[in-house]
Design a protein around this ligand. Structure first.
Ligand code: LMR
Length: 433
């Protein structure tokens, strides 16, 4: 190209640069000025703050991540072995069906409902691979909003903060039923049952199958046996969240409420997550199960769940589902995973016991037994928001603002430091403390 020929384009380039410089300097009103700043998630922003905290002795007792005795996020041996198995035969990565991988869905259904159960064998459970437990809740919430638009959703007081956000975000109204008695640190079952009996027919009741988040206080089997008829008589739709299967009393024991509802012929929703029990948080693996009256209804429901997935994200990802299906379908890996899960539980139980002893030694006048009677990752300490701030600011110990403590962040190295800081915070008599 000649110099003469390139002159006009040089001029227009100069003009464009000038205009773009002008544009950068002219103040323009933001079209987003009405968008409020996000105050941050009550749990996940603590995790971000913890990562930024430079203090070497910091302790994370906030987010629900299982950490090992060195305070590290473990990669389970069963998952390592499944990864190796998959690496030997790398498969193409096409789109999964909207409802997810068939082998994963079947394996998840068996793990939640148990093998050889009537509800499973009769095909009346619509099971959908979901993006973790949260994704299962969201797809279920979207379905309920569309097909039960006037139904209210009732959650325990307190519950996982995101329950409210997910159901409200789907356009449903959310209220609470009594659950936790802060004065005694126990379940207020009579008040819970009375409130549930008074709910409008057709409303949705969100329940935790096991390892209640945030309190660690679960219903006993007798209490479930009293609750289930109340749900049926009230024409209510249970939605059971099971994010911690295997972190309480065992895989089958923890799933008992879900199985009891299915055996009682109740039509209900259940969400399960593999984030915690497989230590596979980032793969976003979970499932939504809708237990229907018969197989034909389950097919129809599954169709609409697929439509909800298509409207949101089209189809779920492949890799995590392959890992989990490989473990659940390979007897040797299944046994290895069950052993590793049992070891995680043992460590949580040991940490609960050691914290109780360390606190007893400092504040013997208080009853710390709740630490060992509660189940799963969490305990509700009764520490106030101000005390939680004090623990974080003065001692680099992170709890959730509500006073929820995640026991998996405790190690033999930090337990005395944590007990000392809690004792120094001047605990109140509410909650477990
Ligand atoms: C928790 O409750 O800490 C976990 O379930 C993580 C989360 O997403 O909030």
């Amino acid at each position: 190209m000649s110099l003469a020929g390139s002159l006009p384009s040089l001029v227009s380039l100069a003009e464009r640069l000038f205009i773009s410089r002008m544009c950068m300097t002219i103040p323009v009103a933001s079209i987003f000025s009405h968008v409020p700043a996000y105050p941050g998630d009550p749990i996940l922003s603590l995790m971000e703050g913890f990562q930024r905290d430079p203090r070497p002795h910091k302790v994370s007792l906030s987010v629900g991540l299982y950490l090992d005795e060195q305070g590290r996020l473990p990669v389970l041996q069963a998952i390592r072995r499944a990864e190796q198995q998959l690496a030997q035969n790398v498969l193409p990565c096409g789109y999964l069906p909207m409802e997810g991988a068939a082998n994963y869905r079947a394996a998840a259904q068996r793990l939640v409902f148990g093998p050889q159960r009537e509800a499973v064998n009769s095909g009346r459970i619509a099971t959908l691979q979901a993006l973790g437990g949260s994704g299962a809740l969201k797809v279920g919430a979207d379905f309920l909003r569309r097909y039960f638009p006037g139904a209210g959703v009732w959650v325990s007081d307190p519950t996982w903060d995101n329950h409210v956000a997910i159901f409200e975000g789907a356009g449903l109204k959310v209220g609470t039923y009594p659950y936790y008695d802060a004065a005694t640190g126990t379940l207020c079952f009579e008040a819970m049952l009375a409130a549930i009996r008074a709910l409008p027919c057709g409303d949705i009741v969100l329940l935790h199958a096991c390892c209640h988040n945030p309190t660690g206080v679960d219903l006993s089997r007798q209490q479930w046996q009293a609750l289930i008829p109340a749900l049926v008589e009230g024409g209510l739709i249970p939605f059971v969240d099971m994010a911690y299967q295997g972190f309480g009393d065992g895989l089958d024991e923890d799933a008992w409420p879900v199985r009891a509802l299915a055996d009682a012929g109740v039509q209900f929703f259940a969400a399960n997550s593999f984030s915690k029990n497989f230590s596979l948080y980032g793969e976003r693996c979970g499932a939504l199960h809708v237990v229907c009256a018969d197989a034909a209804a389950a097919q129809t429901v599954l169709g609409q769940l697929k439509a909800a997935v298509r409207r949101n994200y089209s189809s779920p990802p492949t890799h995590g589902a392959r890992l989990i299906a490989t473990v659940l379908q390979t007897p040797e890996l299944l046994a290895l995973w069950q052993q590793e899960l049992a070891a995680m539980c043992k460590r949580m139980t040991a940490m609960r016991g050691q914290l109780r002893e360390a606190l007893r030694a400092r504040l013997p006048q208080r009853n710390w037994d709740y630490l060992v009677t509660q189940r799963g990752m969490f305990s509700y300490t009764g520490l106030t928001a101000a005390q939680v701030n004090q623990l974080r600011e003065q001692h680099a110990i992170y709890l959730v603002r509500s006073g929820r403590l995640c026991v998996t962040g405790l190690t033999a190295q930090n337990i005395e430091q944590v007990a000392q800081a809690i004792a120094a915070a001047g605990v109140q008599s509410n909650g477990g403390l």
